[in-house]
Design a protein around this ligand. Structure first.
Ligand SMILES: [Zn+2]
Length: 140
C-alpha cells in the first residue's frame, strides 16, 4: 500500500471530499428531501385524481372546450415540473447514499452549506452554477 491509497479511484478529488457538510447536516437534508418527495408524490396523486374528475365532464360547447384545453396544459406543465423536481430529489438522495452530497459535480469543491440550505438538490457550487448560467445565456 502506498500513497495512492489516499485517493479514490478516479483520482480526481481526495478521499475526504464532502467533509464540508457534517453528518448531522446530511441527516437533516436527507429528512428534508424525503419529506419533499412525499409531498410531491402526494400532489401528483391529487393532480391525477383531479384529472380523472375532469374526464367525467361533458364538454358542451367550444368555449368550455377551450377552457378545458388550458387546464390540461396547466396540469401537463405542472407534472413536467414535478417530474423534474422528483428526479432532482432522487439524485440528491442518491448522492447522500454515495457520500457525494454537498460536493460540486463539476469542480469537486464543497458546496457552501448556505447554498444547500436554500437549494438542497443543487449539484453545483455557486461558481460553477454562475458559469453554467452564463453559458446558457450565451446560447440563448
Ligand atoms: Zn464547482
Amino acid at each position: 500500500m502506498s500513497l495512492s491509497f489516499c485517493n479514490n479511484f478516479t483520482g480526481k478529488t481526495p478521499i475526504f471530499r464532502g467533509a464540508g457538510v457534517k453528518k448531522k447536516d446530511i441527516e437533516r437534508f436527507k429528512e428534508r428531501l424525503e419529506e419533499e418527495r412525499r409531498e410531491l408524490l402526494r400532489r401528483a396523486r391529487q393532480t391525477l385524481q383531479d384529472d380523472m374528475a375532469l374526464d367525467l365532464h361533458e364538454l358542451s360547447d367550444e368555449l368550455d372546450f377551450a377552457a378545458s384545453q388550458a387546464d390540461q396544459g396547466l396540469i401537463l406543465r405542472l407534472r413536467g415540473r414535478e417530474k423534474g423536481m422528483l428526479r432532482k430529489i432522487n439524485v440528491a438522495l442518491q448522492r447522500i447514499e454515495d457520500g457525494e452530497f454537498g460536493v460540486c459535480d463539476r469542480c469537486g469543491e464543497d458546496i457552501a452549506l448556505k447554498r444547500l440550505e436554500i437549494r438542497p438538490v443543487t449539484t453545483l457550487c455557486i461558481h460553477c452554477k454562475q458559469e453554467q448560467e452564463e453559458h446558457e445565456r450565451m446560447l440563448a
